[in-house]
Design a protein around this ligand. Structure first.
Ligand code: TYM
Length: 345
């Protein structure tokens, strides 16, 4: 992992992505992010770096004991889903202080107007923005730092992170331009597959989210088989049969969501799924989806629970990952400081 810092456009192919340890993992996190991280790790075409972004989590209040538990549980989730600490770097953000250090530089590169335009800021701060934390406002600059401190070239995320990744590109472009360098890569978002936007089971126009007050709106990665089956059975649908082609899902957000989830879990395309289930009623399709979800998710939740019995092992993995992460991050931070004109960098 020791590399000479690159200052040209030939960057090592490297994937970075992060998940917040704020509450439990949902099926949205799994299909939109984690499962795809595992695919990228297994493809072996990129170095892969995955992070529990605890500094992002505290932009809204977190109970300290719960944050610790959620960070370890998220680490267990990564491993249970297939992230192998021998193949990928796995660590928590605060253990590599270079993230926060680069974020400060980026706070000075990014503009207030850029942050104000972020839809996630508008949604999360809501009408009470005067009372939101400064960290919540600056959140995307820290996210840009997460990515660029590794000179990451590719970032797999769900659809909801697209705007933040555009901002990351803007930060890299402005830094390179202001300092007359070609130092930070212009990162490619990787938003691919059938399930980049998993929707709520109660309202097909709203994202499935761990912060939704209704537990029935989502599948949690810790839900047992009965709970998963019950939530799918009760998921909102429409009275029509399933269409045979994707076009037939256009005005049917709930139906589309369930088909996307089936495709995401099975690894089939939406067209392949519909070729098989077109014409079926939901009364027939839901049990199929339920069986598939249980068969894919139960082994993960069982393994997560097992790993949580061995927290010392989890902490060892995180500490090792942080060491590997810092080997890449430290020289990039040092070079950034030199470029900016910090004495003693
Ligand atoms: P977070 O923690 O909200 O979500 C983690 C990942 O899960 C994806 N995701 C979904 N995908 C599909 N459908 C859904 N319903 C759904 N809900 C969540 C998210 O798109 C994300 O990929 N800001 C980020 C964390 C972050 C980050 C980074 C990501 C911090 N630094 C650097 C990439 C690179 C966030 O809050 O994700």
């Amino acid at each position: 992992m020791n590399e000479a810092v690159q200052t040209s456009s030939t960057f090592t192919p490297r994937v970075f992505s992060g998940i917040q340890p704020s509450g439990g993992l949902t099926l949205g996190n799994y299909l939109g992010a984690m499962k795809r991280f595992v695919d990228m790790q297994e493809a072996g075409t990129h170095e892969t770096v995955f992070c529990m972004v605890d500094l992002h989590a505290i932009t809204v209040w977190q109970d300290p004991a719960k944050l610790q538990r959620a960070t370890r549980e998220l680490c267990a989730g990564f491993i249970a889903a297939g992230i192998d600490p021998k193949k990928s770097i796995l660590f928590n953000q605060s253990a590599a202080p270079e993230h926060a250090q680069l974020a400060w530089i980026f706070n000075c590169v990014a503009r207030m107007g850029w942050m104000q335009r972020m839809t996630q800021w508008k949604d999360k701060a809501g009408k009470n923005s005067q009372n939101a934390s400064l960290g919540l406002f600056a959140y995307p600059a820290l996210m840009a730092a997460d990515i660029l401190i590794y000179h990451a070239t590719h970032v797999p995320v769900g659809e909801d992170q697209k705007q933040h990744l555009e901002l990351t590109r803007d930060v890299a472009t402005k830094f390179n331009h202001d300092y007359g360098v070609d130092f930070f890569p212009i990162t490619e978002p990787v938003i691919e597959g059938a399930a980049t936007r998993v929707m709520s089971f109660r309202d097909g126009t709203k994202k499935m989210s761990k912060s939704d007050p209704s537990d029935a709106s989502r599948i949690n990665m810790t839900d047992d088989a009965d709970t998963i089956a019950k939530k799918i059975r009760k998921a909102k649908t429409d009275p029509e049969a399933l269409p045979s082609e994707a076009k037939g899902l256009e005005e049917r957000p709930e139906a589309r969501n369930l088909v996307n989830i089936y495709a995401g879990l099975s690894g089939l395309t939406v067209d392949q799924v519909l070729a098989d289930v077109g014409g079926k009623q939901f009364s027939e399709f839901k049990p199929m989806l339920s069986d598939l979800a249980v068969s894919k998710l139960s082994p993960i939740s069982t393994e997560m629970a097992r790993l949580m019995e061995h927290q010392d092992e989890i902490d060892k993995i995180l500490a090792h990952g942080a060491g590997q992460a810092r080997e890449i991050a430290a020289p990039i931070l040092k070079k950034t400081y030199e470029i900016v004109g910090m004495v003693g960098a």
